[in-house]
Design a protein around this ligand. Structure first.
Ligand code: HEM
Length: 354
């Protein structure tokens, strides 16, 4: 399915999911949400929506509350560096990312999930948040993980997964039967689950590729729009722990590995942009594009230093992926759009120290 216009119902759902809209419901929205036509449409479809509050509460149910910390990707490390874009990308995007100028980047590497003490050999995804500080003063965010696809085609799948991972008070652990039932009832989860099973975790963040996963729209100076996906490919090559290394790895090794790697010199990633065809899926982040699409090197990210999580500039950044400078826009991918209110809810709680 290509990018489609949001229906009135979709807009109402998104508005209803947003933190501010929930906190300050507008009389107009309430009146329209109660219209009999919309109620009938709602009743006729399978419930796929979730709210930001629900998902952040579910993350807390699965991992406990760690005051002042991210509710997801809690364990991480800050980093700093710069990005130099390829000016040839101007054919596709007028973003200040692709002028060839050196752009300051504040980064954060992380492990998915809300456990601040998760073992570094955990099979879950690794994350990278990038805040590009453009010379114009604009900010641009890219918030990626190391699997090419996501596990949720709709926000409800994300919610259901963390409800299934809720800590059972009787055992102090999640109930494996609930996770199994989640996997059986959510086909969209399958692609990423199989990918994670087939790929052991990396020995270092420097050996990790990072995927933007969603489709984004590149907009050039003539207002022409091109659907793209992007990924960051590590200059150190992609590497995986062996099964034996996974079994014997200490709880914490990723931070040390990054400090040691950067002591030798900067670590680099090439940003590769895949140019979409009009028929390519644009709103479902669990679906990959066919092989053979045109690819362009869009720039190089250089990470020069790492900073312990709580002391890093990134500690208080909200890596909301909808923070985008002119020249790159979101598609109507419901998961991409839902990330913004979810991150805001987590951000608000952690800023308040709760
Ligand atoms: C329904 C979809 C999603 C939900 C509800 C969700 C939720 C969250 C939340 C609540 C946080 C913590 C935010 C904060 O406190 O700053 C977070 C962080 C993060 N998420 Fe997501 N996420 C979703 C999808 C994704 C996807 C598709 C990706 C990758 C393409 C991703 C990558 C990350 C990364 C890397 C971080 C850590 C960023 C940082 O270091 O601050 N998430 N997510």
């Amino acid at each position: 399915m290509s990018d489609k216009k949001l229906s009135r119902r979709d807009m109402l759902k998104l508005a209803g999911s947003a933190t501010l809209a929930t906190a300050f419901p507008s009389p107009g929205l309430t009146a329209r949400a109660e219209s009999p036509q919309i109620k009938a449409e709602e009743a006729a479809e399978v419930k796929t929506e979730a709210t930001a509050e629900e998902v952040v509460n579910a993350l807390e149910g699965a991992y406990g509350v760690h005051p002042g910390r991210r509710r997801n990707h809690t364990k991480g490390i800050g980093a700093e560096g710069f990005f130099i874009g390829n000016p040839e990308l101007a054919a596709y995007s007028r973003s200040g990312l692709f002028t060839g100028e050196k752009i300051t980047v504040v980064a954060r590497f992380s492990i998915a999930g809300g456990n601040p003490n998760v073992p570094d050999a955990d099979r879950g995804p690794r994350g990278l948040g990038l805040e590009f500080r453009l010379p114009s003063g604009s900010l641009h965010h890219m918030t990626m993980i190391n699997t090419p696809m996501f596990f949720a085609a709709v926000p409800k799948t994300f919610l259901d997964k963390f409800i299934a991972l809720a800590i059972d008070p009787a055992t102090g652990k999640p109930n494996p039967a609930k996770l199994e039932a989640f996997a059986k009832s959510h086909a969209d989860n399958k692609g990423q689950a199989e990918y994670l099973k087939a790929h052991n975790p990396p020995p270092s963040y420097a050996n990790c590729p990072f995927f933007g996963i969603h489709t984004f729209k590149f907009v050039n100076a003539k207002d022409e729009v091109t659907p793209v996906k992007f990924r960051f490919v590590p200059g150190d090559g992609e590497k995986f722990l062996t099964d034996a290394e996974m079994a014997s790895a200490p709880n914490d090794f990723l931070e040390k590995a990054l400090f040691e790697r950067l002591a030798e010199g900067p670590a680099k990633w090439d940003m590769i942009v895949t140019i979409g065809e009009p028929t390519d899926e644009q709103t479902n982040p669990t679906v990959l594009w066919p092989e053979g699409r045109k690819e362009v090197k869009a720039g190089t990210l250089t990470i020069t230093s790492a900073v312990p999580n709580a002391e890093a500039g990134s500690f208080k950044i909200n890596y909301d992926p909808l923070v985008m400078a002119d020249g790159i826009q979101p598609t109507n991918d419901p998961v991409l759009l839902f990330r913004s209110p979810s991150y805001a809810t987590s951000f608000t709680r952690r800023l308040r120290g709760i």
